[in-house]
Design a protein around this ligand. Structure first.
Ligand code: SF4
Length: 400
């Protein structure tokens, strides 16, 4: 059996194809290491088409490392909303601060130094070092892993340590075989994204078909082995909608964990399947005995990579706030101000529901003329069993 390994001929074929067919992406028109770094972080787990407008907005607002380092984290989160994986934004911000404080605001130019910065794993360090600085640094992402698995007949399933080790060894060997390390790494990823796709790879259009082990052995459909995905966990959260005039109460979560550091309507995780009464109890336990939980305002569902998230909204009135370990900061904000807070997409949708529920209430009770605009389905205003039964309390003191 032929030995399928990286060779200079393979590199030449792939680079020639890349030169002719590479997509015109905005971060490929710059040599700015900072702009390239931001693109690499955004592209992890996210499609190119989604990333482009985010990248442009981010670079407009934070044109260099110093601007990002000086920004408030919630503003960074606000620009990140919709990309998910907020820890990436947090690490980007932390790394920018570290670059300003220890590298004079300039990204270090080699993978070893980059790896010491927050959020830089082997992939990001290899990508920035090779693309922005021309270092012969290897990288392996999902696309490269799939291409290598097929080209070089790498066995094993994603997540298998022996397979990962082999893939990185191949990447190291291949990038060291010639010049243009950044283009080589990008060419591999480009091939994986556009030709050697997970489903229905276009082998007949492939520039390295004659050097591909899986094609030669008729194993394209079986390599790489499919990842055994863990079932998504159900996650249910009871959300408190506290109003004061035109403003709503927001909490900024403590750092760490899912949604750490992000703003949200005050919330508490409950057991999946919890009843309205159980959710009301959980809100009272979290917010304190002065909380009066009123009607349900509906629910927002969102599927994350590993979780199926349900946010259940309730009207809540609070006479006073008490400290919550999960909250580092409180704020009353209008809808316009809330738009600039760093919230997750799920929470932003929940807030839109809460805001619209408030508007519907105003229209229904204050004006019959525009009542026909009430078009969003609203759940029956059930009062959870065990929740407040009298009129809800007006807030009196202890403004957060
Ligand atoms: S021949 Fe097919 S399987 Fe092999 S690298 Fe090209 S697209 Fe991928």
């Amino acid at each position: 059996m032929a030995d399928f390994r990286p060779t200079a001929a393979l590199r030449n074929d792939l680079l020639a194809w890349f030169d002719r067919h590479k997509r015109d992406l905005p971060w490929r028109r710059t040599r700015d290491p900072y702009a390239i770094w931001v693109s690499e972080v955004m592209l992890q787990q996210t499609q190119v088409a989604t990333v482009i407008p985010y990248w442009k907005r981010f670079l407009e607002r934070f044109p260099d490392v110093t601007a990002l380092a000086q920004a408030e984290l919630p503003e960074v989160f606000a620009l990140w909303r919709g990309l998910g994986y907020y820890s990436r934004a947090r690490n980007l911000h932390r790394a920018a601060q570290a670059i300003v404080s220890t590298h004079g605001g300039k990204l270090p130019s080699d993978a070893a130094a980059l790896l010491k910065l927050p959020g830089f794993g082997r992939y990001t360090a290899g990508a920035v070092a090779s693309i922005a600085f021309g270092e012969a640094a290897p990288l392996v992402d999902g696309n490269v892993a799939r291409v290598f698995s097929r080209l070089f007949l790498v066995e094993g399933a994603p997540g298998d340590r022996a397979r990962e080790k082999k893939l990185w060894a191949l990447a190291e060997e291949a990038v060291a075989l010639g010049k243009r390390p950044g283009d080589w790494n990008q060419a591999l990823m480009e091939l994986g994204a556009t030709v050697c796709r997970a489903e229905h790879p276009s082998c007949l259009l492939c520039p390295v078909r004659s050097r591909c082990g899986a094609f030669a052995h008729g194993r394209v459909d079986e390599l790489p082995l499919a990842r055994v995905r863990a079932a998504r966990q159900a996650m249910q959260v009871a959300v408190a909608v506290c109003r004061r005039g035109e403003t709503f109460l927001f909490a900024r979560r403590a750092e760490g964990g899912l949604f750490g550091g992000l703003w949200e309507l005050p919330s508490v995780e409950v057991t999946p399947g919890a009843s309205h009464a159980q959710m009301a109890d959980a809100l009272v336990r979290a917010l304190g005995s002065s909380a009066r939980v009123g009607a349900s305002l509906g629910a927002v569902k969102r599927v994350l990579t590993h979780r199926a998230l349900t946010l259940e909204l309730f009207e809540v009135e609070l006479a006073r706030l008490r400290a919550m370990p999960s909250v580092q900061e409180w704020r009353w904000a209008t809808a316009a101000e809330a738009d600039r807070l760093g919230m997750s997409t799920a929470m932003a949708k929940a807030f839109a529901l809460a805001r619209d529920a408030g508007q519907r209430t105003v229209r229904v009770s204050g004006s019959r003329r525009r009542g026909s605009k009430v078009s969003v389905a609203r759940p029956p205003r059930r009062r959870p069993r065990g929740a407040a039964t009298g009129p809800m309390l007006k807030e009196r003191r202890a403004d957060p």
